[in-house]
Design a protein around this ligand. Sequence first.
Ligand code: ADP
Length: 152
Amino acid sequence: MRTAVFPGSFDPVTRGHESLIIRALGLFDKVIIAIGENSTKSSFYPLEKRIHWLREVFKDHPGVVVDHYSGLTIDYCKKQQASFILRGLRTSADFAYEWSIGQVNKQLQPDIETVFLLAEPQYAAIHSSLVREVIKNGGDPGLFVPEGLSLQ
Ligand code: ADP
């Protein structure tokens, strides 16, 4: 069974995340969306809401599991018997950020591979932070979050 962990904040889930996960289901039997409880980064939306929205979006995809974790991603992968970490690349800035994390993870845990999928062009500009900005300023985030999802 090929299992990938897709770690992130998902604060909130966007069409970019959704598209990446659906594409990853063509490569992996199981994708665990793992919300990292980061000690240094505080979230905009509470963990429970972020989990609820992700479960809602992927309710018809039995290969997708939504979970949360704290600590090192590689330790969480071992616990889940996952051999892959999935990440998305939108721009060279993402690459620069991912490069060092990927290299450190490889040194800490050589048998876990980080797999990158390029963002689809139509979603490459979507960031959770942009969605939050639209919402904070009273705009409609509908175009950027998965279709039919209401962030309530
Ligand atoms: P983090 O805080 O770890 O960056 P995010 O929730 O912002 O968490 O992102 C989780 C993963 O989803 C990252 O690998 C990120 O590159 C990827 N991602 C975010 N937005 C998009 C998008 N629009 N298209 C493809 N991948 C994306």
